[in-house]
Design a protein around this ligand. Structure first.
Ligand code: UDP
Ligand code: MG
Length: 134
């Protein structure tokens, strides 16, 4: 099976209105979109999605933020898609993100850093089944 990754366009993307520009970046790169939906994440789902961070001081704020408005959730597919998309997204703290990366071009705050992308094949499989029920 070709590699897949899960993306979430965080609430500021729809608030500020640049979902189409983000989708275009992945299409321009030649990455296939295999699932795409607009949804609002509920708190139990957010806590499962971000379970690895549950003991961190930013966890409550992270759950509150990701549930604060509609998001776009997508599954992207191509060979090596997980590291490729993480490179396109840029580092977690946008202050360290190069211009040309998504966080480097659209974000300035670590709490509101525009986009989630799976960090490993295990995370991708878990996150895809959480949001798309297989
Ligand atoms: N986050 C935060 N403060 C921090 C670290 C992370 O608010 O000090 C948030 C941020 O939105 C990040 C998310 O928690 O995207 C998940 O953190 P992770 O380290 O997994 O970063 P990512 O995989 O999104 O780059
Ligand atoms: Mg992460």
């Amino acid at each position: 099976m070709v590699d897949q990754t899960l993306l979430i366009f965080k609430p500021e993307v729809l608030r500020r209105g640049f979902a189409g520009r983000l989708i275009s970046r992945f299409e321009d790169r030649g990455i296939k979109i295999v699932q795409l939906k607009l949804t609002t994440i509920d708190a139990p789902t957010a806590r499962i999605h971000y379970a690895e961070h549950q003991s961190k001081p930013f966890f409550a704020g992270l759950v509150e933020y990701i549930t604060s408005g509609p998001v776009v959730v997508a599954v992207l597919e191509c060979e090596g898609v997980i590291p490729l998309v993480r490179r396109m997204v840029g580092p977690t703290n946008p202050a360290n993100a190069e211009a040309g990366s998504i966080r480097g071009d659209f974000a300035f705050s670590v709490a509101e850093n525009v986009i989630h992308a799976s960090d490993s094949p295990e995370s991708a499989a878990r996150e895809i089944s959480l949001f798309f029920n297989g």
